[in-house]
Ligand binder design. Structure first.
Ligand SMILES: [Ca+2]
Ligand SMILES: [Ca+2]
Length: 99
């Protein structure tokens, strides 16, 4: 039986490949695939951002090796950054409750 964390890692890998395999290089997300992934899997995150250039900006930020595609390494950096931001929020809420 996989643990919760192992399941979470597995899910992350599967979600990435579900979108990266749609077009072109099956191990990388092009801009269209990235947009689809963000819209479908990070709906709340995107819906509070009104910037129409957002996907371009995210793409630029994530694309560390400048090949205009987001590979799994680059994707994980984004998920980690978002997770840290969520944890900061969680800790804030816990601190407020504690007082
Ligand atoms: Ca692809
Ligand atoms: Ca890249």
């Amino acid at each position: 039986m996989p643990t919760q964390l192992e399941k979470a890692m597995d899910t992350l890998i599967k979600i990435f490949h579900c979108y990266s395999s749609k077009e072109g290089d099956m191990f990388k997300l092009n801009k269209g695939e990235l947009k689809l992934l963000l819209q479908s899997e990070l709906t709340d995150f995107l819906s509070c951002q009104k910037d129409p250039q957002l996907v371009d900006k995210i793409m630029k930020d994530l694309d560390a090796n400048k090949d205009n595609e987001v590979d799994f390494n680059e994707f994980v950096v984004m998920v980690a950054a978002l997770t840290v931001a969520c944890n900061d929020y969680f800790e804030e809420q816990m601190k407020k409750k504690g007082k």
